[in-house]
Design a protein around this ligand. Structure first.
Ligand SMILES: [Mg+2]
Length: 321
């Protein structure tokens, strides 16, 4: 592949490509496709939710760079048997999510599909050149922070596959809604970028451990995560114990949380966390610390035992195959 030109500040390998726009601004570009059978099951999500989620996962990548989403192009592959009402619902979901996050749908394409429904979205966002954040930049001694709660969407997938008798009914509802209608942390991401207090950021799409691994690779650092500081519902831990024999499995190796995972110097981590919480209502947890690369990736269990942090990722519906 030829070397990127001077206007490509960041190319392949981060959540977004960063493209120069004059001296002070950058475009952030990302795309993501949702494929029936691989990413969703048509009978397990409403068309409106599917529309919302397809855009939300792209919005989350712009959020993870600290940017503001602006313009979306949407390509749809529609199977012959897809009812018109389903397509209407899908558009309603796409439009409402776009409107909610100040994004304009400016074009796209429609094709027939012989292999199920797919929704492919290209999204452009903006940021000022001094505000955007990447996976690289984490420094030894930084604290690791995460918004919201983690592991719920993975529990939602497990509940599609496991008899509901094992789960707490109220939590099952939370897990399903986190799977089908994730909230991209756009306002939170922008605040984190504007604060100039954070050093690196990514969104949690493939599982906390795997995505933290991406920060480690790009920043050349190690990490220590504290299991008892992870924002995980008790019902999530008991379901993970039943399904995987490990109460931390969904939290560490589940995917599709679409929370923001970021690092900040120790002196600023608490301040940043409360600033975001006060402005948005979203909880932020400090879950660990950045270590020198040679100390690798560690997980401290609640009893104090330190184990290697495995970083295998998330494979949607193939997880249990
Ligand atoms: Mg991402």
């Amino acid at each position: 592949m030829p070397a990127p030109g001077p206007d490509v500040l960041v190319g392949i390998g981060d959540d977004v490509a960063v493209l120069r726009d004059g001296p002070d601004q950058v475009w952030l570009a990302t795309c993501d496709v949702q494929v029936e059978g691989a990413h969703f099951l048509r009978n397990a999500i409403t068309p409106v939710d599917l529309g919302r989620k397809s855009l939300a996962i792209n919005l989350s990548d712009i959020a993870s760079a600290g940017g503001s989403p602006k313009f979306a192009l949407i390509s749809l592959g529609l199977p012959d048997d897809l009812p018109v009402e389903f397509i209407d619902g899908l558009y309603r979901g796409l439009r409402s999510e776009a409107e909610h996050f100040g994004t304009e749908i400016v074009g796209g394409n429609i094709s027939g599909s012989k292999f199920g429904l797919f929704i492919d979205i290209f999204l452009l966002g903006k940021a000022s050149r001094e505000n955007y954040l990447l996976r690289s930049g984490a420094q030894v001694g930084d604290q690791i922070l995460v918004t919201g709660t983690i592991g719920d969407a993975a529990a939602g997938v497990a509940l599609l596959q496991t008899p509901p008798s094992v789960a707490d009914a109220a939590y099952a509802e939370v897990a399903r809604s986190r799977l089908n209608t994730p909230t991209p942390r756009v306002q939170e991401g922008r605040l984190i970028g504007e604060s100039h207090l954070a050093t690196a950021m990514i969104d949690v799409s493939d599982g906390l451990a795997g995505d933290l691994g991406h920060i480690c690779e790009r920043s050349n650092v190690g990490v220590r995560l504290e299991a008892n500081k992870l924002p995980v519902a008790a019902a999530n831990r008991s379901l993970a114990q039943i399904v995987h024999g490990d109460e931390w499995h969904f939290a560490l190796h589940g995917g599709e949380d679409y929370e923001l995972l970021f690092t900040a110097p120790k002196a600023h981590a608490m301040e940043l966390s409360s600033r975001i919480n006060q402005a948005t209502g979203t909880p932020v947890s400090i879950i660990g610390e950045v270590l020198p690369q040679e100390e690798s990736r560690q997980l401290v269990l609640p009893a104090g035992q330190v184990v290697p942090l495995a970083t295998f990722g998330w494979d949607h519906f193939k997880e249990k195959a």
